[in-house]
Design a binder for this molecule. Structure first.
Ligand code: PFF
Length: 455
């Protein structure tokens, strides 16, 4: 009886101290907001173009099902059970030896936001440009001018200020509210753009390229690795974003339904973005520009296309606005991981934590704003390698170490999902680790390659 009483008191204390999402939909939209971002529109189209179009899309879907969703579930279970941000939640689930993995998560968040915000700054710049004067005809030269140096730094800092302001307002009034307005808006704009793109002359060819698989690419190691890395980045896995958001959930929330909705929405947006990008690219014969470089597709090929199309200015403004919305809601989640960790570990007040963490990230980001080679390197290290290492840690923790994992995953789950749980555990134990280790090896080689070619 005394024990029971203690349990109730502990539960009340837990729920009183910690902020919570106001509604279930609020959580889902915030998590979708985290997942849907520059990764869906900036990275997905060019990695898909590089990886043989539909073959890549197919791999991407398979990898999302095999490792993405199980790891997302693992993260959410650890966060909801621990009611703490990564460092504390990992310690609670696996013991003190897991604290360093928590640090890897927080460092990944910090580093990713430092360059993510620079790219978001470019997006802000392009949005202004589109709305006020239209896109310049020579998009390549324009991009060269604005992508690095003082203006890039200025727009990066401006973007960080907005992100800090939203996170300062807290989970319900800041993160939930922002995502609830922005996510539906993004979706509507993107669907509108896809309909418009379908009317273009090259649409058929674009779809054919996007949706006809070249199956030989599926067996290609680097394509496989880049599809896995893209799935992690796009689903915000491997650095505790989903874990942190789930720590603001009530204990009996249905995690399997949420994970399915989040993954589907994330894939849906990436896929629809492809339906916008490829018809435009083929309408203007820009195939080679797209797969040439990371930034080529979004910041050079597309604005160039918008500049030469009749309705280009309006369409382009909407496209960059949608991108900006995605970037803001993802940046919020990246900052929240760091801020929540500072709050939980040092007991700081949210405002102070947001300002301190946000300023540190803003200063770090100046390096990427100064030099796009540095941006590329940090992306290769944090955006790919660290996320995969984090994913491996999560699969091992929940698959092998954390004793209550099964009970936690069963809580609030549908009967069908309970029946499927052994499969989820099978994936976490035996499928995810070997795949992720292979990808870590591949991405490590990629980091070395980036260092060699850029520096
Ligand atoms: N998922 C985001 C995107 O696709 O743009 C980026 C991201 C956000 C990665 C949050 C990781 C993360 F924790």
């Amino acid at each position: 009886m005394a024990n029971f009483q203690q349990e109730i008191e502990k539960h009340q204390a837990d729920t009183m101290d910690r902020e919570v999402f106001g509604t279930r939909l609020g959580f889902v939209l915030a998590a979708v907001g985290s997942a849907v971002g520059l990764g869906n529109m900036w990275r997905f189209s060019y990695t898909a173009a590089e990886g043989g179009g539909a073959a890549f899309v197919f791999l991407y879907i398979v990898l999302t099902l095999l490792i993405g969703i199980p790891i997302m579930l693992a993260e959410m279970a650890a966060g909801r059970a621990g009611r703490l941000s990564p460092i504390g939640a990992l310690k609670k689930a696996g013991g003190p030896a897991w604290a360093p993995m928590g640090f890897v998560y927080v460092s990944a968040g910090l580093l990713i936001l430092s360059y993510y915000s620079v790219i978001a700054g470019w997006v802000v710049r392009y949005s202004f440009q589109a709305i006020t004067g239209g896109f310049p005809a020579d998009a390549g030269a324009y991009f060269g001018e604005i992508s690095a140096g003082p203006t890039a730094a200025l727009f990066h800092l401006g973007f960080m200020v907005v992100t800090i302001l939203i996170v300062t307002k807290g989970v319900e009034k800041g993160i939930e509210r922002a995502s609830s307005i922005m996510m539906p808006a993004l979706f509507v704009i993107l669907v509108g753009l896809a309909i418009w793109a379908s009317t273009l002359d090259g649409a058929g060819e674009g779809y054919a390229y996007y949706l006809t698989p070249s199956w030989s690419d599926i067996l290609d190691g680097p394509t496989f690795a880049s599809a896995a890395a893209q799935a992690f980045f796009s689903l915000s896995l491997g650095m505790g974003a989903m874990l942190t958001f789930a720590s603001y959930l009530s204990k009996d929330e249905n995690l399997n339904r949420e994970a399915a909705v989040i993954s589907l929405a994330d894939f849906g947006v990436a896929f629809i973005a492809g339906l916008v990008v490829f018809p435009i690219v083929f309408a203007l014969g820009l195939q080679n520009d797209v797969s040439e470089s990371t930034v080529g597709a979004l910041f050079i090929a597309l604005p160039g296309a918008f500049a030469s199309m009749p309705a280009g200015r309006i369409v382009g403004s909407l496209f960059f606005l949608a991108l900006l919305v995605g970037a803001v809601t993802s940046a919020i989640s990246l900052l929240e991981v760091v801020v929540a960790s500072v709050i939980d570990e040092f007991g700081w007040e949210r405002k102070k934590a947001a300002l301190a963490a946000g300023s540190l990230i803003a200063v770090l980001g100046l390096a990427s704003a100064w030099d796009t080679d540095i941006l590329g390197l940090i992306d290769a290290i944090a955006g790919e390698l660290l996320l995969m290492i984090g994913g491996l840690g999560m699969a091992i923790l929940v698959g092998y170490v954390w004793k209550d994992a099964r009970t936690e995953l069963e809580r609030g789950a549908t009967p069908l999902f309970r029946a499927l749980l052994p499969i989820v555990f099978f994936f976490l134990r035996f499928v995810a680790p070997p795949i992720v280790i292979f990808v870590i090896y591949d991405r490590l080689l990629n980091v070395l390659n980036v260092i060699q070619t850029s520096f």
